[in-house]
Ligand binder design. Sequence first.
Ligand SMILES: NC(=O)c1ccc[n+]([C@@H]2O[C@H](COP(=O)([O-])OP(=O)(O)OC[C@H]3O[C@@H](n4cnc5c(N)ncnc54)[C@H](OP(=O)(O)O)[C@@H]3O)[C@@H](O)[C@H]2O)c1
Length: 283
Amino acid sequence: MEYTALRNGVKMPMEGFGVFQVPEAAVCEQAVHSALAAGYRLIDTAAAYLNEKAVGAAIRKSGVPREEIFVTTKLWIQDYGYESTKKAFQNSLDNLGLEYIDLYLLHQPVSDYYSSWRALEELYEAGKIRAIGVCNFYPDRLADLCLNAKIAPMVNQVELHPFFAQSGALENMKEFGVQPQAWAPLAEGKFGIFTNPVLTGIGQKYGKTAAQIALRWNIERGVIIIPKSTHEERIHENLNIWDFSLSKEDMDAIADLDIGKSQIIDHSTAETAKFLNSFKIHE
Ligand SMILES: NC(=O)c1ccc[n+]([C@@H]2O[C@H](COP(=O)([O-])OP(=O)(O)OC[C@H]3O[C@@H](n4cnc5c(N)ncnc54)[C@H](OP(=O)(O)O)[C@@H]3O)[C@@H](O)[C@H]2O)c1
């Protein structure tokens, strides 16, 4: 496993394991158990995934020392606001059964996120969180937060895969010293990614699958990846990307796959803002 250093010096694994859309506790716990046994050292959950308890149980039972596991969780919009953020953070800690979180992220760029950000800054300064960041902040929102926050975000987790490469967003993150992290690095299985001829063709050269080529492509761009799978063989497959690199020619061919927009969720629309604000995870 390779690591990168965040702006504050905290070391973060370049590859982790995501657990979005794994709400069933037994399935989630088994998947995280398999991921830790396979060698993943970053687990990416969220209050909104409703599986923090299962993630915590798998971590405790894994036998891997706590300090070797980088745990990320996220604050949902319903809990945005200064006081409610602190309460929701404690709730996530309790669910996970942990004393601290390695990376705490604002899940969405809507609602009162400045108040929440102030709470995150304080929790970070109090040593409860080792790094703080955001998700889904397109360049305008990220620049604005970086310019106005006391502590700028250290990570921005956004949709990044060969069909939505977001090169401009990466440039913007670089300018502000924000580490990019890819959600849906396998495009959530969309666009025929696993049989795409460009990806499978490149894969043949290295004895790798299309999934492995897509994951390695983000690594070559300095982007942290967190693929999700509940299948043992895929959990191993997705980690088996550290013994080869892509050439400039490969990278150029993959760049041509970019369609320049999301077909999963577009955070610049009013519909998305309405949908996100209406999505509740508790009473
Ligand atoms: N911050 C945010 O707003 C946000 C949004 C979305 C996701 N995320 C995070 O990012 C993580 C990854 O994104 P994601 O889960 O949406 O999508 P993803 O990792 O791009 O794709 C997951 C899908 O690909 C399948 N898959 C995985 N490896 C495969 C392989 N080697 N061959 C064939 N199929 C494979 C999985 O199926 P099986 O499970 O059946 O194997 C699943 O259907 C999430 O789990 C979550 O932690 C964050």
